[in-house]
Design a binder for this molecule. Structure first.
Ligand SMILES: [Zn+2]
Length: 252
């Protein structure tokens, strides 16, 4: 009989993660946090159009302007001296040192950005770092060698999967869903009602903490809690980190 794994995946190491972690603990859900070791403490503001974060503006520039055309939410990263305490008990994964566009990097830059981040994070957190998320969801093809030499076992892209199978190639792991999709509860329902006789299934739920601050109909803190509550209600779903889902799936 197949097992069902659900994992939350959060990017960039943001201040909103503190509140996210409180809620995850309340519902006993696991998660993976993809961090940039070279950007701890950085403060920018994220302008949105609809439910999409569109433009990042450095905090000094944002504060210097009296008026803004777009609605903005804070994209403040947790400082280096607090991250270990904040993320205690959760899987830490890499997202490159400085959130670079891997398509535009040279091979040496890719190796430095990926290898350097994995090394810094594993030393800082005292846990092996085996997970990765491509900044902007791109660069899977170009980064294969750099990821493999670094010991990365799975890497998340930004496209969505159709079904709920574990990916044939873990270095191109798609999203099961994005919390702010209109049909996310229908999508979750399809996952919950999968035939128990089938193979192992996986739902990777994607989010950035700042998106919950949008306060729009499809992207808000209440919806985040409702998703957590719905997942927690299903006893047959193993809600863990991405790394644990892969590990348990591979171990059988
Ligand atoms: Zn990111």
């Amino acid at each position: 009989m197949g097992k069902k794994y659900f994992a939350w995946s959060f990017d960039d190491g943001l201040e909103q993660d503190r509140k996210i972690i409180e809620i995850l603990k309340e519902y006993r859900l696991g998660a993976t946090f993809h961090l940039n070791s070279g950007l701890f403490g950085e403060k920018t503001w994220e302008g949105r159009i609809g439910n999409l974060g569109m433009t990042e503006m450095p905090a000094a520039k944002y504060e210097a302007k009296a008026r803004h055309l777009l609605p903005y939410v804070p994209h403040f990263r947790i400082p280096a001296d607090e991250v270990v305490q904040v993320y205690k008990g959760f899987e830490i994964a890499s997202h490159t040192c400085r959130h670079v566009n891997l398509v535009r990097c040279t091979e040496n830059e890719r190796r430095a950005e990926i290898g350097g981040d994995v090394k810094a994070l594993s030393e800082l957190f005292g846990q092996p770092v085996v997970g990765f998320a491509y900044p902007y969801g791109i660069g899977a093809k170009q980064s294969r060698d750099a990821l493999k030499t670094t010991g990365i076992r799975y890497a998340r892209v930004a496209t969505s999967s159709k079904g709920f199978s574990f990916p044939a190639d873990p270095l191109v792991t798609p999203l099961g869903g994005w919390h702010l999709s209109k049909n996310i509860f229908e999508r979750l329902d399809a996952f919950f009602h999968l035939d128990a006789e089938q193979e192992d299934a996986f739902f990777l739920m994607f989010a950035h903490g700042y998106e919950f601050d949008f306060g729009t109909k499809e992207s808000n803190w209440n919806k985040f809690k409702r998703i957590c509550e719905t997942v927690a209600k299903h006893d047959d779903v193993i809600a863990c980190s991405i790394g644990e889902a892969f590990r348990r799936h591979e171990e059988g």
